[in-house]
Structure formats: C-alpha cells, structure tokens
Write a protein that binds this ligand. Sequence first.
Ligand code: UD1
Length: 338
Amino acid sequence: MAKVLVTGGSGYIGSHTLVSLIKAGYQVVSIDNFMNSKPEALEAVQRITGQKAINYNIDLCDTEKVGKVFEDHQDIDAIIHFAALKAVGESVEKPILYFKNNLNSLLNVMDEVHKYGINNVIFSSSCTVYGEASDLPVTEETEMKEAESPYGRTKQIGEYVLKDLSGIWGTNVVSLRYFNPGGAHPSGLMGEAPRVKALNLVPVITETAAGKREKCIVFGDDYDTRDGSCVRDYIHIMDLADAHTKAVQYLLERKNTDHYEVFNLGIGQGVTVLEAIKAFEKVSGQSLNYEIGARRPGDVISIYSDYDKAKRLLEWTPQYTIEDIMRSAWKWEQDRPY
Ligand code: UD1
C-alpha cells in the first residue's frame, strides 16, 4: 500500500483528497496546523472512510519540525503539497506573509523530498498563473502573463522552483492548475469550512441564501462577456479530489514522460457570475438576494480551461456540473457539522 503525505490535509481540497486517496487504497499522513481549516475536517474524513488519518499539527515553515515528520515516515512514496494561503485580496495587503508562508513551506518540503529520495510530488497550482489570457480556453501551453497578485506570484514561483528542482534532481513533479473549485462531499458531512470569512463566489451565494449574509454582490456587469459578468470554470471538489488520486497513480506507474509536467483541471466550460447564481436558484428553488456592484480590483475578465491533457494522460474526466456544485454546496451550507 503506497504511502502519500498530504500537506494541508484538513483544508477544503486536502480533506476531500484524503477521502479519495483512502478509498483508492492509499495510506495517508497529513500535515496541517489548522491555520485556515478545522480539525473536524479530519474527523469527517474518518466518518466517511472509516479510517483515521494521522495528522501532524505543525507549521511547514518550521524546518526542524518538518524534518521530524519525514524522519518518522521514511517510506513516503508521494507527496501532495496543498498547504498555502490563498486569498487574493489578502495577499495584496500582506505580500510578505504570502511570500514567506507559501514559498518557505514549499522549500522545506522539497528539502526533505531530496534528503529522503522521494520521487513523486504533486503541487497545488492555479489558473491564476495565466493572468489575463488572450486566447480561450487556456491550454497548458498558454503563456503565463504577469501575476495579478502576490498569491498568484507564489504559484508561478512555486512552479518555476519545482521545474528547476525536478530538472536538477530528476524528481517527478506534477503541477495541477485548478480553475474554480466549489461544492462539497455529497454526504453533506464534509465541505468548505475556512476560518476566515469566505470570499469565493459559491460560499458567498450559499451563505447569503442561508441568511448569514445580507446579500451577494456581483462584482461588475459591464465586462465584455455575454451578460457583462466575469466568466470562470467551476469544478466540483469531488472531481478535483479524484484528479489528485489519478495524478498520484500516474506518477507511481511512471507514466510521465518529463520530470516536470503541468495539467489544467477545470470542466472546460465558462460560466458567468449571473449564470452561477441562476444555477443556484434552480437547484435550491429559492431566489437569491443579489445586486450588481463595482468591479473587484484584480479580477480577470474571463478564463476557462482546455483539460484535454488531463483527460488523455491522467484518464480523468470531470463528472459534475455547475448545478451539482451548487446542489452539494447548498446541502453542506444548510446542515453544516463544522
Ligand atoms: C481566484 C483565482 C483562483 C484562486 C482563487 C483563490 C483567478 C482567475 N482565479 O479565483 O485561481 O484559486 O482566487 O481564492 O485568479 N464574485 C462576485 N461576488 C462575490 C465573490 C465573487 O461577483 O462575492 C465573482 C468574482 O468577481 C469572479 C467570480 O465570482 O468573477 C469568482 O470569484 P472567486 O470565487 O473569488 O474566485 P476567483 O477570484 O475567480
């Protein structure tokens, strides 16, 4: 049974991926200091899978403590590195925090990867690395424009660091560029539960409908898009988790042709903010209290993926739609255990 170390195992994508890995028969170990997540997420993993994930409550920027985890688990076969700060706006206010946290943690992990000869690494990247792409949909070949935020820059730098290290050491690395993750585990037992106020569209919609917010503001309806609001590619968290398990399998089976490879993970469909709201209204049967507001600084206008590479090489096909995302997110919001 291969052993996978997951950093950020208690986070939104991390916890769903732990479930997917355990179900596929992997042994898992998590590192998470609950900086922006809750320990209850790990309890949910156990409730869903019947297995407890060992977690180390340590800061990945603490070199010594990170070293101790790898010393304890010298049989790690693959690592998925999720742990990072991810709020675009906050990263503009606190760029040093973002650069220190996201980059030092990555370097500490990679130092240990080299020390213990671990051959397989998966990195949480983002469609944010493309910036404002001129041609849509974006493929992995689409050039990276300047990052729109320090958060985006940490993902670009992270990718370059990994590309260089994989070239020098021969370590196999896959960077997964997520588009906009949303939704929750269909059981309603696990979902998005950040400690900080949610800023992403899907939780803003469900929290508004649940009465936790007064209204949802649509950030601009005067863009050059079909209804004036921004276009994104929303991907269900279950599809995203599944892609990570497939990426681990891909590396362990040595299917990669280059030491460093990149994959887009989206569903290949652009959805506007107003369409996302309509999808929510349709599946929930209630109308959302929203109004049109000003544009949000730093927003790209339109982005969606071409995920053909992941389909061909990882043998991954997304199963869920924007309506499934809204349905599961709404179920989660209405009866949240944590
Ligand atoms: C961005 C990044 C993504 C990153 C994520 C982390 C890009 C293209 N995407 O996602 O890679 O992982 O941040 O948080 O850089 N919106 C509203 N009202 C709201 C909230 C959002 O209208 O209250 C709109 C936004 O203007 C945007 C869409 O909804 O058009 C999605 O926004 P959000 O969920 O915040 O994600 P991104 O900013 O696209």
